[in-house]
Design a protein around this ligand. Structure first.
Ligand SMILES: *Cc1c(COP(=O)(O)O)cnc(C)c1O
Length: 376
């Protein structure tokens, strides 16, 4: 494929010499679970996220799950979140036995609309999970104000947004908890699955740490029923090395986004046929985990198929609003309930944005989109 949606091989080549000896060192020591490498990475990632603490876990999905467990959120409780996100955000709520309650999104940022949240608060509401989708922060000030007014916990789903900033604050440091994913396609990805929970409150962080290892505060003495949510030493070591390069990789994505803006405008395509991602006024730093354009006039699927035929990687994040997923049918969601989320599902298309994607490759993307509209 001339332009893949994501190609991690060039990135890997840039730190291969650094990472392989560290992997060999861990293999020689045969110390794979938690330990010094994990503790070091936890300190580094907490500092990077401007949070008091970070706890390494198995994945972003488990980061969300363990944060909900730490708050003892479960049956009879409601958690407000967005219907336009990766499945795991809502999956975590259902897995603890709580009920997800959706609030529609802001069409500009694709993030939960704070104005839609308050009407959804009931006596059963325990938490809000805003998602910083595609690498851009949700509007956290009004979300925090609603949460404080009603005594709700805020868990930021920052899985796509490590290093993103809201009014000068790093995501994951604003709410009570931040959930991060180190799935390979995220801006900071490990060599498998990994994740972290950030907390500003030490007592909350201690609870997450206990739950991460089967609720034991002392070996084989279990105060709570937790789970195996432990991060591997190998993943932590890879992440420590990659974290030092993250800012330069995110800067390359920002620079690619700025180029696209100019290139699509020069191609005359920003006349309403496509809409480029917009930065919210409160966003200081968008890290572009995805570069999602909107395609108007019902042409999204046709454009996607055309780009694939031309060897241009692109993908739909996400094609079905979560209130319409078969597994959540019990919640009674119907088409039309969350019009902005449903519209986004029908219009979004992610284009290659990774840092190593060259200017000529990006030109091929823009040329192919142009050719599609010229009927070629
Ligand atoms: C990736 C992602 C998750 C889940 O992370 P995993 O590490 O894949 O479990 C959760 N929420 C969002 C918004 C994500 O993008």
């Amino acid at each position: 494929m001339p332009v893949p949606l994501l190609d991690l091989r060039a990135q890997y080549a840039s730190f291969k010499d650094e990472v392989l000896p560290v992997i060999a060192e861990i293999c020689d020591a045969q110390q794979f679970i938690l330990g010094a490498k994990v503790e070091t990475f936890e300190k580094e990632v907490a500092a990077y996220c401007q949070s008091e603490r970070a706890i390494g876990v198995t994945s972003g999905s488990d980061a969300l799950l363990v944060a909900l467990m730490a708050e003892k959120i479960g049956p009879g409780d409601e958690v407000i979140t967005t219907p336009f996100t990766f499945f795991a955000t809502v999956g975590a709520i259902v897995r603890v036995g709580a009920k997800p309650v959706f609030a529609d999104i802001d069409p500009v940022t694709f993030n939960i609309d704070p104005a839609a949240i308050e009407a959804k608060v009931t006596a059963k509401t325990r938490a809000i999970i805003p998602v910083h989708l595609f690498g851009q922060a949700a509007d956290m000030d009004p979300i925090m104000a609603i949460a404080r007014k009603h005594g709700l916990i805020v868990i930021e789903d920052a899985c796509q947004a490590i290093g993103a900033e809201y009014r000068g604050k790093r995501v994951g440091s604003i709410g009570d908890y931040g959930a991060f994913s180190f799935f390979p396609s995220k801006n900071l990805g490990c060599f498998g699955d990994g994740g972290a929970v950030t907390c500003t409150d030490n007592a909350k962080a201690d609870m997450v740490k206990i739950l991460r290892n089967h609720g034991q505060s002392k070996t084989y003495f279990h105060e709570y029923v937790g789970g195996n949510f432990r991060l591997d030493a190998l993943q932590a070591a890879v992440l420590s090395i990659k974290l030092r390069k993250l800012d330069s990789w995110s800067a390359a994505r920002q620079s690619n986004a700025a180029d696209y803006e100019k290139m699509f405008a020069d191609a005359g395509l920003t006349d309403g046929r496509i809409t480029l991602p917009a930065k919210a006024p409160y966003v200081v730093r968008h890290i572009y985990n995805q570069y999602c354009i909107r395609v108007a006039d019902g042409k999204r699927d046709a454009l996607r198929d055309y780009l694939h035929q031309q060897g241009i990687g692109c993908a739909v994040y996400y094609p079905l609003s979560l209130h319409l997923q078969p597994c959540f049918a019990e919640l009674g969601g119907k088409p039309g309930d969350y019009p902005e989320s449903e519209k986004a599902s029908a219009e979004v298309l992610a284009l290659p944005i990774y840092g190593e994607c060259t200017l000529s490759q990006r030109q091929m993307v823009v040329d192919a989109v142009k050719a599609f509209y010229q009927g070629k």
